[in-house]
Design a binder for this molecule. Structure first.
Ligand code: GAP
Length: 456
């Protein structure tokens, strides 16, 4: 299997780490799993929430030109005729005449079945939306679909948001949430699944300004991944060829990441033109226009759409953070996650389980928990506990030792360098807050000192 740029992670190692440490499990595992569906464990859910929060922070909280929205998964079925999904949201499917496995025709490299070499049927178009029924009667009139993208919830609320926020162009609406696609082929762990989460921005602009806004968003989104810890050399931009372009897109670029299986799409940035607002206007009969204050004319805004996958981001951040280094007779596995994304920010480790030490450690733990996700661990040797925290990406470990009982100080160990400082317990919260924001470990609070390496 191809390796990611760090050369240290492959998909087997990543799946194994995620299952072993409680990041991600196969869905319904005790029943043998459900193909292409995944459950996020205690650490996975924390990582995923941190990624979503970082995105929301960057695109909604820190900007005054984007507002948030959270629309329902089930929408009026006519939304999907207007959007073009009922007609166009298909992939070409072929079936092997011998083993009956099904494949996406446009992804096959050879003529025969990739599994048994058998002859394949002619392709037919397979619809990717999940269908269900609304209400107690299962008949055609009650068919509804699970949304295949969150974007349509934004378009149909364009006028609601405009009226209630009185935003002026250019402005955007952001939403994150579940989407569903009955993909023909899934795989590569959480990279392509049938139930996944998206983080989408629909940015409404005046026609004619789409070129500059497209470039702006492509660069803005690429930079966000970099700022959140992904190495520059593992990101690249790729323009869609005209045959790849979705039916609504005038132009599209993928922000690709170098996953263990090779370069693949992490996020798409599309120029959707005025396709969506015009389609919903003609299908709903409701005008989705904007009164341009300069010309006093009603215009249909163009839309630039940066559309990211949450699960693909989880995979990319995990792969990029993964590292192994020699450590005595073993290997130290580390997740160099950005502190803002790390599921656990601080681990509190009493050197022994003795009552007097545990009491102080428990007090430190209780003091820090309102600030961050903090873990308390008093099992096995201190060295093993450090390794366990390194493997899940915890940026700092606080060790309470017997000397702490005398001097009211604790050691703070940094994950990446393994260096330690010793500081007064009274300075701990403030110091950790600064270090989590990127202050060098060597910057000491009053009464602090550089400490020896204590790897146990
Ligand atoms: N609204 C536009 C749109 O949905 P897309 O390129 O089909 O565009 C956007 O999807 C992002 O959603 C992708 O870049 C990817 O990160 C994520 N995504 C799409 N299909 C996925 C799947 N089957 N499993 C996991 N993530 C998926």
């Amino acid at each position: 299997m191809a390796e990611a740029a760090s050369g240290k992670v492959n998909m087997e190692k990543m799946v194994s780490l995620c299952q072993r440490r409680g990041f991600i499990f196969p869905s319904s595992e005790i029943y043998g799993g459900l193909s292409s569906c995944w459950d996020y464990g205690p650490l996975g859910v924390a990582l995923k929430q941190n990624i979503k929060q970082a995105w929301w922070h960057a695109v909604v909280q820190e900007r005054d030109d984007i507002v948030g929205l959270d629309t329902s998964i089930l929408m009026h079925p006519r939304v999907w005729s207007a959007s073009g999904h009922l007609e166009q949201f298909t992939d070409p499917l072929v079936e092997c005449k011998s083993c009956h496995l099904r494949w996406r025709a446009d992804e096959l490299k050879a003529n025969g079945c990739p599994s048994c070499g058998g002859e394949l049927t002619e392709p037919h178009m397979f619809h990717l939306m999940f269908k269900t029924f609304m209400g107690p009667v299962e008949e055609e009139a009650n068919v509804v679909y699970l949304r295949p993208e969150t974007a349509q919830g934004i378009f149909v609320n364009f006028q609601n948001v405009l009226n209630t926020t009185r935003k002026r162009l250019p402005f955007g609406i952001a939403q994150m949430g579940k989407s569903f696609r009955n993909e023909i082929t899934t795989g590569n762990f959480i990279f392509r699944s049938r139930e996944f989460e998206q983080m989408e921005i629909e940015f409404f602009i005046k026609p004619g300004t789409d070129g500059e806004w497209f470039d702006y968003w492509l660069e803005e989104r690429r930079r966000w991944y970099e700022k959140s810890g992904i190495r520059q050399e593992n990101l690249r931009l790729r323009e869609h060829t005209s045959s790849e372009l979705a039916h609504y897109a005038l132009k599209c670029y993928d922000i690709e990441y170098q996953f263990p299986m090779g370069w693949s799409e992490l996020e798409g940035v599309a120029n959707r033109g005025d396709f969506d607002l015009k389609q919903h206007t003609s299908h709903s009969g409701k005008g989705l226009t904007y009164l341009d204050e300069e010309t006093n004319q009603h215009i249909v805004p163009y839309i630039i759409e940066p559309s990211a996958g949450v699960d693909r981001s989880v995979l990319a951040f995990l792969c990029d953070a993964y590292d192994e280094e020699p450590d005595k007779d073993e290997i130290r596995t580390i997740l160099h996650l950005h502190p803002s994304l790390a599921p656990i920010k601080v681990a509190v480790l009493p050197l022994s389980r003795k009552e007097n030490l545990a009491k102080v450690a428990r007090e430190v733990y209780a003091d820090l928990r309102p600030c961050w996700m903090v873990q308390y661990d008093d099992t096995q040797s201190i060295g093993r506990r450090y390794r366990r925290q390194d493997e899940i990406g915890t940026p700092f470990c606080v060790t309470v030792d017997f000397q702490s009982l005398e001097d009211n100080q604790v050691t703070v160990r940094e994950r990446d360098s393994m260096n330690q400082i010793r500081i007064p317990i009274a300075e701990l919260e403030k110091t950790l807050a600064a270090k989590l924001k990127g202050e060098p470990l060597s910057v000491l609070p009053p009464g602090g000192q550089i400490w020896k390496k204590q790897e146990g």
